[in-house]
Design a protein around this ligand. Structure first.
Ligand code: FAD
Ligand code: SF4
Length: 400
């Protein structure tokens, strides 16, 4: 019987899915099992659209279509929680399983806490994540740094600290550290992200820790909830996956890689937040020049998977947000900061869409860190029983 915290190696018993999957196709097989056995009405995953820089959400109801979602898209910077809340009506009438990177899972947790997603109708199948890369910039990097045609790329992979770009003519690899020192590589919010294993999902799957003959052919599975344990029990009994005991050395290695990724994230935070001291207003002031470029297109608010007012007071709103000023009045962002300070998961959607190239996620990262330092609270991580600090507000210095 499977229990919470159990770990194992797993790969698909279906040779076709095993070949198409990133590391043995366990996730795709799980999803297929859910659809074939009416465990869910639909699967929400990610598929390649125009090319591998173009990752889009896909809602699959027919298990015959599941293979199109197999594989990992490292330029897939999207956040699936927004699709669940906004386009699937918070799962009021549909039961789904969703593949989640840690920032998808953390955002779903925040939405569940706020009563905007029905947890009973959701199975979160987590995938570990060491970061995603911005699609357009990655194309430029492949052209200028790798000296390859981005359209010739058949696969990209991050392994052993290197970005490996594969074309039909072979592979080329460059260390991620080297790329990021030159301003390429992962999105900056991913560089600062400390959560690599989505322990807030029901189960999490990833390649770290798979050693020996199964390396590259199977994925490491860890169970994080009773729901996850039940799922694993069912698919193992059904014989749709192959399972092997995880090698204890592999378990150790996985923990070490996770720790070194956390260290790397803290280094990136020092680089980006190091000299940002003081209360929320003084931090806001540090960004005032950047925010002065804001043209109030509201793209960041629209892209945000958590922003919650159906009628935004900051748009229709009060006279204190004066329109038509150059530089623009900064209160839109201060207003958002007040609304979102305890729920932003720094998924980076805001920064990606900003036409004025304002480092919005950088600002939010500093705010998130401040909340963590002052209140010991991290959005998306704490379980449902722990109230957010602002719902039980005690001024401990956030206002200075
Ligand atoms: P598959 O059967 O191939 O299924 C993969 C699933 O992931 C599919 O459902 C697919 O739709 C979904 N998916 C693909 N791209 C995305 C995306 N961008 N966002 C959300 N879902 C997506 N594992 C590690 O141990 N260390 C890492 O550093 C690491 N980084 C990753 C980074 C990204 C962006 C992704 C998507 C995955 C990463 N993984 C990492 C997990 C690993 O690549 C495999 O997904 C995992 O081992 C499961 O393998 P599989 O063969 O069972 O998956
Ligand atoms: Fe301002 Fe950029 Fe947000 Fe548009 S997306 S409202 S320009 S910060």
């Amino acid at each position: 019987v499977v229990k919470v915290n159990d770990v194992c190696y797993m790969w698909s018993a279906d040779d076709n899915i095993a070949a198409k999957g990133e590391y043995g196709g366990a996730v795709t097989t799980l999803m297929k099992y859910f659809l074939d056995n009416n465990v869910v009405d639909a699967v929400l995953a990610v598929e390649k659209a125009a090319d591998l820089y173009d990752a889009v959400p896909t809602l699959i109801t027919d298990s015959g279509d599941i293979e199109k979602s197999a594989g990992s898209l490292h330029c897939g910077t999207l956040n699936l929680a927004k699709v669940v809340e906004r386009y699937l009506d918070g799962l009021k009438d549909i039961k789904i399983a969703v593949t989640c990177k840690p920032c998808d899972a953390m955002t779903l947790r925040e939405l569940i806490k706020k009563g905007r997603v029905q947890e009973d109708n959701l199975i979160m199948v987590g995938v570990n994540c060491g970061g995603t890369m911005p699609p357009n910039k990655t194309r430029i990097m492949i052209d200028e740094v790798f000296n390859l045609d981005p359209d010739d790329v058949v696969k990209e992979e991050i392994a052993k600290g290197k970005l490996i770009i594969e074309t039909t003519n072979g592979e080329k690899e460059i260390s991620i550290d080297e790329l990021e020192e030159e301003g390429w590589g992962r999105r900056t919010n991913c560089q600062r992200c400390e959560v690599n294993i989505p322990s807030m999902a029901d189960i999490a799957l990833g390649n770290w820790g798979v050693i020996g003959p199964l390396a590259g052919k199977a994925t490491f599975v860890e169970v994080f909830s009773e729901k996850g344990a039940e799922i694993l029990d069912k698919i193992v009994s059904a014989g749709v996956v192959n399972v092997e005991e995880a090698n204890p050395k592999g378990v150790e290695i996985r923990a070490k890689i996770d720790q070194s990724m956390v260290k790397l994230a803290n280094k990136a935070k020092d680089r980006d937040y190091g000299d940002l001291e003081g209360d929320i207003l003084s931090i806001f002031n540090e960004f005032s020049e950047e925010f002065s470029r804001c043209m109030k297109c509201f793209g960041c608010r629209e892209a945000c998977p958590i922003c919650y007012c159906s009628d935004c007071i900051l748009e229709s709103g009060p006279d204190w947000i004066t329109k038509g000023l150059i530089p623009a009045a900064p209160l839109f962002h201060l207003g958002r900061a007040v609304h979102m300070a305890d729920s932003c998961t720094n998924c980076g959607q805001c920064e990606e869409v900003c036409p004025s190239e304002i480092s919005v996620a950088h600002f939010w990262g500093v705010i998130n860190d401040k909340i963590k330092t002052i209140y010991g609270y991290t959005s998306g991580i704490e379980d449902n029983s722990i109230l957010s600090p602002l719902s039980n507000y005690q001024d401990k210095g956030l206002r200075g």
